[in-house]
Design a protein around this ligand. Sequence first.
Ligand code: ANZ
Ligand code: ZN
Length: 842
Amino acid sequence: MQYDHKSIDHKWQARWEREQTFRAEDFSQKEKFYCLVEFPYPSGAGLHVGHPRSYTALDIVARKKRMEGKNVLYPIGWDAFGLPTENYAIKTGRKPQDVTRENVGTFKRQLQALGLSFDWSREINTTDPAYYKWTQWMFLEFWKAGLAYKKKMPINWCPSCKIGLANEEVVGGMCERCGNPVEKREKEQWMIAITKYADRLLEDLKDLNYLEKIKKQQEDWIGKSEGAEIEFAVDGIDDKINVFTTRPDTLFGATFMVLAPEHPLVPKLSARDRHHEVVHYIEKAAAKTDIERGDVTKEKTGVFTGSYAVNPGSGEKMPIYIADYVMMGYGTGAIMAVPAHDTRDCQFAQKKGLPIRFVIDCGENYDEDYYLPEFAHLDGISDKQAMQMDFEKIRKGEQIYFAYTKESGQMMNSGEFDGLTTEEAKKKMIVWLEEKKIGKAVTHFKLRDWVFSRQRYWGEPIPLVHCAKCGWVAIPETDLPVVLPDVEHYEPTENGESPLATITDWVNTTCPQCGGDAKRETDTMPNWAGSSWYFLRYIDPKNDEAFADKTKLDYWMPVDLYNGGMEHTTLHLLYSRFWNKFLHDRGFVPTSEPYQKRTSHGLVLAEDGSKMSKSKGNVVNPDKLVVEFGADTVRVYEMFMGPFAEPVPWSENGVIGVRRFLEKVVRYVDAWIELKAKETPEMELPIIEKTVKKVTEDIESMHFNTGVAALMKCVNELMEICITPDAPDGSIRLISFSQLEKFLLVMCPFAPHLANELYERIGGEEILEKKSWPSWDAELAKDEELQIAIQVNGKLRGTVSVASDAEESVIVEKAKEVVVKYIETGVKKTIYVKNRLVNFVV
Ligand code: ANZ
Ligand code: ZN
């Protein structure tokens, strides 16, 4: 038979739709499984081939769980507020509402063509007033709890476009639209006090089943640092300079000070003859982003203020500089610079010829982990030799060109602290500082409060009014949602206000409290708002009494598995965890954490390994693929293309290969039917049992690529047995109906249309989705296991057990997972000794 994917895809999609096969049932007696993918932003470009990677993967999990008897919730919706739509609408003179409706239509059609098992009855859209009513309601909860407040904050302002820009619209300090330099402007913004939750957001990570690297990203973003604040006296003025340091032990090694250019003491400190230079530098710094300023690889710049502080340890005078690598928004905005032991201070000291004093003696055994060889690397000299040379110079008191950032050792050049270890010295130094009343232990977080205002049209209006008499007043719950006014023009304004500010008959309103004149808040919420709680709305998407019914939340929460892009494992993940915790504290949601498990998929790249982008013209269109090869080919290819968590280049040949595999399955089943008609004797083959076992385990561990490989291997073997009989009597071996059924059952999550079609053809009576996930015969499926040792830089860091016939790439990937934390810095080389060990060189 021909593999006519078009009619097959259609037929089964219609049947699933008719039978409502993928409906999740509230309060079912079955065990629930909530399976979530990040909902897409319906851009004008339509579906990207990257989308189906995550959606197919979790579709496979969802389908398997259903067959295992679980009540699965696998929903989808649209994260549809946002800049690209707004900018596109402005450019084409259309309404974002209309543009969004169109884009959603396209996305929906494209997703449905892939046969994803979403429960479409729960579709949501963040721009639907019935949805954002609750986003607004939640904002008011924050406000009532005192967590939403107004504060003057800098916004990115393009003086040429006369528009406030989102951070992502500022590229290298320039406006993304016109290429002119962007300025910072102060504006009152709504803020949400996420920092009040910093400690809990960090602590609670411990109990979650997130990938290690995702946990690490969350930790880094929250950025808890324990250290001390130390007060420095300044020559000639009474003001003191407070610094934050995580290394109070290195006080005696502080040879100069650096203030952020925005530091309030800078005007007072800059000597008259330096004034001009200082002002000029401050202006230049204002144009840079914090990321550029903090970049270790960038050359350090800065200027001397003309003033000096006094080091309370060594008693020495320390020149005070301003430099943009010190940020005003972190710690106290001022640092004591210890160039011997801090990379950036070291770079700065070398540039300015400032003294470098070592206060930690690490002996000759430097820990290679913390050594920064980029400062010592000369051609033809090994790291070891370079270290030796550096070390000799330190001994002789000469300047050297490297720093070690985190090392510990014995204190030296530090008076009464000499001889202590780093850890002892930290504690003692704090006690000493406290006694002298010039310092204390403090903890700082990198996490900042959340800037929650946007000066844009296409977002949720902030549901507050300002009344001259009553101040800020909440819109009563019964009057929610505050609907975005449907207007013809909403272009950004000349003065950086939100476009809503010009719609006077919307802005002018009455105060809900006193009935007097009042004005609506015209800022809208950021993109992140609607996506911070959408997983809750799927549970009860049509409820207009509450964002979701409490008993339904009790039944479904938490999300059991959440997959999304690595680019969202910082902000979105943090915001939504915070949002859920807050709602939990207010008694609205049952669990403190929203997601029990979080995984991430790698990007789909263009054939040459570069990013797919419209401008490069290398975007692969999923519509064309579905038409040409069918939904199952696209699905199976997306899973087969490489390890799920890693970025992989697209390959047209790979797609064709997968199509051939599916055609081979069709040929096999045709042959099977023919042989069966001839009453060929049947037998149970180990390959089927092994495949069932392997695919089951691979889905569970999200190794979809090896799952597909197992299916392919199985079909190849079956074909051989069918066509070239190798039994001693030359007879063809035919597997039983129940074995073939097992094969189709495990193939079903990957290629559901074809699996169902073939099942029907061999006489199966139900659709496969209604059948149970198969088990395997343990005896037949038995595989020999091997223990593989894992080394990092030659040191034994773990072991992993693998099937005796596992491929090298699979073993390496498994090994990486075991030793993630040792190879964070990136693997330079991988050495595999067959059946024995893997060694990663980092
Ligand atoms: C002296 C010192 C010696 C430092 C040393 C480090 C190593 P984390 O761990 O990220 O919290 N620092 C403090 N405030 C800063 C600011 N506003 N902008 C830029 N850098 C700032 O980093 C804390 C360390 O970063 C602090 O400890 C300070 O440098 C610097 F061997 O003080 B340290
Ligand atoms: Zn009032």
